[in-house]
Design a protein around this ligand. Structure first.
Ligand code: AMP
Length: 199
């Protein structure tokens, strides 16, 4: 939604790694089991992915989805951006309850091509599981499983949650209630982006 509305390129290490897995590349094969089990891929691999992405797309206008997830990743991002003489404008923290997470992953359908995400409760997609944007197949993720979710939550609490304090210290952290519907959450995200881009 951010790319479509603001034209800002979005990248997500999770999406890149799922694509590598589907293509059967060495990187995809090396990381597939970690993704399936809900653990975090090594910082070294993730940082290299992001460095490559920034080298290709430049450091002017980007959104990272699902990155950084650990303190070493956050510190590396700072040094990458310092080298590119680019400031990090905003960190958006979507706060969701465990119940919301459970409900969302139980019905999530994702396009294997462009990452468009919807839910199987949207009858229009459930009957014809094809992406409305690129005609890719809408499918379930193999880590959207309540058992795997426990590992993902544990990784979140031990490794990702401390990033809240890291970004609060540099005053760029904004928290949004992510338990609401997509339009309400996107309206708040848009306001934050508009405030930044109008300065
Ligand atoms: P996501 O698509 O963001 O839910 O990520 C799916 C999976 O990819 C995660 O459960 C991890 O195994 C891996 N992954 C994605 N982003 C990261 C990251 N920043 N650090 C480590 N592993 C990641």
């Amino acid at each position: 939604m951010i790319t479509r509305h603001f034209g800002i390129p979005v990248t997500s290490p999770g999406a890149i790694l799922r694509r590598e897995r589907d293509l059967g590349t060495p990187l995809g094969q090396e990381t597939a089991e970690v993704l399936r089990s809900g653990g975090l891929v090594s910082d070294k691999i993730i940082i290299e992915l992001v460095e490559d992405w920034l080298r290709l797309h430049g450091g002017h206008g980007f959104v990272f989805d699902g990155f950084p997830r650990t303190l070493p990743q956050a510190e590396s991002l700072m040094s990458m951006l310092t080298k590119l003489r680019t400031a990090l404008d905003l960190v958006i923290w979507l706060e969701v309850s465990e119940q919301t997470v459970r409900d969302r992953i139980t019905g999530r359908l994702q396009c294997g091509e462009c990452g468009f995400t919807t839910s199987s409760a949207s009858a229009q997609f459930a009957n014809r599981p094809v992406c409305p944007y690129c005609d890719g197949r809408l499918e379930r993720r193999n880590d959207d499983d309540l058992g795997v979710l426990q590992t993902r939550l544990q990784e979140f609490h031990t490794k990702t949650e401390p990033l809240g304090a890291f970004y609060k210290k540099i005053s760029i952290l904004r928290r949004i209630d992510g338990n609401r519907d997509r339009d309400a959450v996107f309206a708040d995200i848009s306001k934050l982006i508009e405030d930044k881009t109008s300065k």
